[in-house]
Design a binder for this molecule. Sequence first.
Ligand SMILES: Nc1ncnc2c1ncn2[C@@H]1O[C@H](COP(=O)(O)OP(=O)(O)OP(=O)(O)O)[C@@H](O)[C@H]1O
Ligand SMILES: [Mg+2]
Length: 155
Amino acid sequence: MSEIILNLPSEKATSEFGKKISENLKIGDIIYLSGEMGSGKTTLARSIIKNLLPDDLKNTTVPSPTFTLIQTYNGKNFDIGHADLYRIDNSNELDALGIEDILYNGVVLIEWAEKIKNKLNYNIMEIKISFSEEERIAQIKNIQGWDSRINELSE
Ligand SMILES: Nc1ncnc2c1ncn2[C@@H]1O[C@H](COP(=O)(O)OP(=O)(O)OP(=O)(O)O)[C@@H](O)[C@H]1O
Ligand SMILES: [Mg+2]
């Protein structure tokens, strides 16, 4: 199956999901994080990043990249880029973030990935979070190269 739906009833559930994702990431992977403002994209990215940092850096602050546009981290095994495209208006600005450079030796998490117009030729998984007062749901979809790994995320 290349699409799964997960319930994220609490922030703890979102953090645990982030940990699971971190265990399945490898160099050259991109994760698209989409969903409305406040849906939990940064919260999920923060957990993924923290789980990839070396033990002595676990307390590093992982801010939202809304204003810096991209933050990079040196993880235990590879680099991590965390981008937020909300304020990006054109493809020149997108290129300037250096996403492809990070992918040589790392992974990139992209909030507001809806803004990317051209298909990037990497392994991409999309996580779309929707929420209401009653619940939060993550829709997880393989775009490229995640088909078999997606199943591990629901276990
Ligand atoms: N189950 C949950 N998973 C994630 N966040 C939750 C959950 N329940 C409550 N929250 C809260 O919802 C908010 C999510 O904010 P977050 O910054 O992660 O959203 P975002 O999608 O990154 O927004 P933006 O589009 O502004 O970047 C946080 O305040 C978080 O504490
Ligand atoms: Mg955010």
